[in-house]
Design a binder for this molecule. Structure first.
Ligand SMILES: NC(=O)c1ccc[n+]([C@@H]2O[C@H](COP(=O)([O-])OP(=O)(O)OC[C@H]3O[C@@H](n4cnc5c(N)ncnc54)[C@H](OP(=O)(O)O)[C@@H]3O)[C@@H](O)[C@H]2O)c1
Length: 312
């Protein structure tokens, strides 16, 4: 006698009003959240799958695409909640706007476009070699990010909310303009300790960039099998990844290090302020990621701190 499949009924409610938006009858027990998103999309063409956050709890985390209905803690009549994430933008657009923006904006100041510092200084160049070096480091940083976004990162989401990209662009473009304005200014004065300070900063900058890149490769290697889940990252043979012994987000530690180096190199207050804001932002994210790992993995290494070894 063949075994009988028990179909599920799935009702999808609005996460805020709890009003029923959709009722799906006879859903296969093996259906994934991705399948459910597609079924929901049929009823609501304006809410394409990437816009949908489907949750078990109205205020809880979004369920992942690959999660299977019968493995969720629900009965054969499942109640799921929907939240509209707003319009989404594909990654190509995201990184082009977010990262190529600062690269381009910095050049406007570096080459002293006529409308930047006034006509007397138009298209002139700074007499200080550190200004050229700063331009090379700044460009290197954003070109590296573009390359990583195309060739290294294996993101779990294909899109980003339009709202976040607008916010991020204000942040990255605005700061790039602000930093570039001061560093390339005709009245800019080079660092107090001269070449020694600059050399130290460049070496530190390169070490941090190499470290940041190594961590991104190590994270990407965790998804070589094509999965989208988050596993515990561990140190590899590459010594730059050994920071994983002590922190959860060494890529953020290295990123902050790179900006501290850039601050030392240029000795410029706006750069220091930008570095400080980056540090605050990344600390908030690192703490969030850290406590998520601790919650999800019983065997999560206890020595690790979110972003700064033994401290924070
Ligand atoms: N200057 C600034 O203010 C600032 C701020 C933020 C970031 N950044 C820079 O941008 C870089 C990327 O930022 P991010 O926030 O996207 O970093 P992230 O959360 O560490 O993620 C980097 C990549 O690794 C993946 N990943 C993370 N943890 C993973 C795990 N446990 N298993 C498998 N894959 C994992 C992520 O995938 P998913 O997240 O898609 O799952 C993503 O593709 C940072 O390292 C930093 O260099 C700069």
């Amino acid at each position: 006698m063949g075994s009988r499949v028990t179909f599920f009924e799935v009702e999808i409610l609005d996460w805020k009003t709890k009003q029923q938006l959709c009722f799906l009858d006879k859903v296969e027990p093996h259906a994934t959240i991705s399948d459910i998103r597609l079924m929901f999309h049929k009823s609501y063409p304006q809410w394409y799958p990437a816009r949908q956050s489907i949750r078990l709890d109205p205020k809880g985390k979004s369920l992942r695409d690959e999660e299977i209905l019968q493995h969720l803690p629900v009965g054969t009549t499942a109640t799921l909640y929907f939240k509209d994430l707003g319009p989404q933008i594909g990654w190509t657009m995201v990184f082009l706007t977010e990262y190529a923006g600062p690269l381009f904006i910095y050049f406007l100041f570096y080459f002293r476009m006529p409308f930047v510092y006034g006509l007397d200084d138009k298209l002139t160049s700074s007499p200080h070699p550190v200004v050229n070096l700063a331009c090379i480091c700044h460009s290197f940083h954003y070109i590296k990010r573009l390359i990583e976004t195309i060739f290294v990162h294996r993101f779990s989401h294909g899109t980003m909310p339009l709202r976040s990209i607008i916010k991020n662009c204000f942040y990255y473009w605005g700061f790039a303009a602000w930093l570039a304005y001061y560093i390339n200014h005709p009245l800019y004065t080079p660092p107090s300790y001269g070449q020694k300070q600059i050399n130290f900063a460049v070496i530190m900058f390169l070490i941090c960039e190499a470290g940041n890149f190594s961590i991104h490769v190590a994270l990407s290697d965790l998804r070589r099998d094509g999965s989208k889940i988050r596993k515990i990252p561990y140190p590899t043979k590459n010594p730059f990844t050994w920071l994983f012994f002590f922190v959860t987000c060494p890529n953020y530690t290295y990123e902050v290090g790179a900006w501290i180096s850039f601050t030392i190199m240029t000795q410029c207050v706006p750069v220091g302020l930008f570095t400080f804001l980056c540090f605050i932002q990344m600390t908030v994210w690192a703490k969030d990621k850290h406590y998520t790992y601790v919650r999800e993995f019983k065997d999560y290494p206890s020595l690790r701190m979110p972003i700064i070894p033994f401290l924070l």
